[in-house]
Ligand binder design. Sequence first.
Ligand code: NAP
Length: 326
Amino acid sequence: MAHHAPTGADSSSAQSGASSSSPRSPKILDGKTLSRAVARTAAARVSEIRAKVGRAPGLAVILVGENPASKTYVASKHRFAKECGLETFDAHLPASVSASDLRKVIEGYNANDAVDGILLQLPLPAPLDGAEFVRLIAPEKDADGLHPANQGLLLQGAPAPRPCTPLGVMVMLDLALSGVEVNDSTTLADIPKASLAGKSAVVIGRSQLVGKPMGFLLLERNATVTFAHSKTSDLPAVCRAADVVVAAVGVPKLVKRDWVKPGAIVLDVGINRMPDGKLCGDVAYDEVAPVASAITPVPGGVGPMTVAMLISNTVENCARRNGITP
Ligand code: NAP
């Protein structure tokens, strides 16, 4: 559960750009607990949509091949969708599926009016090119927010499904900057959208999936955003200047204690499998947590929120397609 530790700094230290270097207890941004708040919000919206449209929003999940990690992700997306009352559609295709058969499956869901969200689980097995098939998804049914049309709408600040991982990170940031403690009845309506006016944010990583859209979501909230990447010089100094650090790199424990300004909010997107089989993030959690005002753990941080925002996107796609306002 997200909590304020009794002796710890709260988010106001990041808001004011605190400079004390004394160790603190950070607010732990628990993605599992917060994802339940997304689920409650989505379930209520599903009831509203059912009443107005006469059916539940539908999510179609396309899995190609037997990649164990992909199978696990798909199972958790299904479970979450069911819990929120969505109707789910399933296509599990062999790794040997032809491009034209995969295309037909996507086109079938595009044409099916009961489907509001289409998720093509990536990566696709070679030689299939994920980006090529994501482009075939009808943009208004894009559950992941990765269709080029939706990425363009993000740049324009226009309504469209946003990429799930950065969207989940924004909710975690809202939680960090609120005084809210998530409990069994919290919904997203209880967590105010934070203004980042006057705040600096650094996003480490510039992928289409995470880094780039992340930066634009932060910019939408008026943060002053720096994109850092493998060609950035003096990355520690770039990070130290930031009130908000988002790490989306794929390098275990890259972000060290002395990279982080005391009181900063640290959001770790990285998921790295260590030789002992355990997962760790891109942030050296144990050493960074004491200087941060809020931090996400790995696992149990951004990951569960990514799944939750996929469902939220599908529900909102359905609402948008049926003229139901937010
Ligand atoms: P990606 O496409 O490989 O992009 C990695 C980015 O990190 C690139 O922009 C790269 O810079 C940059 N980078 C690599 N090494 C660096 C270094 N030493 N210093 C600074 N920047 C460096 O990865 P991604 O898809 O964005 O994913 C990033 C991480 O997030 C991975 O661990 C992935 O598993 C995880 N992830 C988690 C979730 C979730 O739900 N929690 C979702 C998606 C991804 P260049 O552009 O210069 O090469």
